[in-house]
Ligand binder design. Sequence first.
Ligand SMILES: NC(=O)c1ccc[n+]([C@@H]2O[C@H](COP(=O)([O-])OP(=O)(O)OC[C@H]3O[C@@H](n4cnc5c(N)ncnc54)[C@H](OP(=O)(O)O)[C@@H]3O)[C@@H](O)[C@H]2O)c1
Length: 231
Amino acid sequence: MTNFEGRKAIVLGGTSGIGLATTEMLRDGGAEVIAGSRSECEIDGVECVQVDVLDRASLSELFEKNHGFDYLVNAATGGARAIGPFLEMDLDGYQNSFAKLWGYVNSVRLGVPQMSTDGAVVLFSGYPARKFRPGTIAIGSVGGSVEAFIHLVANEINPVRINGVCPGLIDTPMSPLEGDERQAYYDKGTAGHLIPRAGTAAECAGAAIFLLANEFVTGTIIDVDGGAIVT
Ligand SMILES: NC(=O)c1ccc[n+]([C@@H]2O[C@H](COP(=O)([O-])OP(=O)(O)OC[C@H]3O[C@@H](n4cnc5c(N)ncnc54)[C@H](OP(=O)(O)O)[C@@H]3O)[C@@H](O)[C@H]2O)c1
């Protein structure tokens, strides 16, 4: 286990799925962890704060209060996402899908000036950014923007490092399906992949932990997708 003793982390979207798994790994590694999302939460050994990543004033307050913190992880989905054929897509829905990007941009812009200079940021894109899947043009565009943002902004926030994890299809509360329907969704969605199963939140969080800990990595993306992109 990576040792994060003496480090302070803020994990936005840190109360569910991949963010929650990252919160727990940082905590288990000895970091002081603050997990933020819009809902109330209770996580053993973690400070939970209610914050909307689209509310810049609340974000600034959180970062200023924790001035000198070391790690910023943002896994917040941001809001509703448009899914379906592009030519039938509601354009407001398409635009609103970018809430995820704005939440990420807000947190990096407002968070980095409050971080320690040897700090690190991790964001999450998503494999539709580089792999065509019917119905995912909007979320693919958002994911591609997140990846471009990481590559480019790394130059401007250096020496704070920034990297991304690109999840494939991961079994998290993001999917509301249950039981057989849920299993069928993941089986069908991953059937053609080199590793034909949904990933776990912990498998993605493990990549985030690597990116936070390894001080020779910045401006890059790790794919945790069961080979989806290369299939
Ligand atoms: N799961 C997948 O298959 C998959 C695939 C590709 C990419 N990803 C990406 O991986 C990241 C994590 O996804 P996940 O599957 O772990 O999602 P998840 O289980 O649905 O968790 C999303 C988290 O974001 C928080 N959140 C959403 N909007 C927020 C806002 N406006 N302000 C603050 N917090 C907000 C949620 O809490 P509240 O609702 O309480 O605010 C929750 O804690 C996302 O960027 C997602 O797009 C996931």
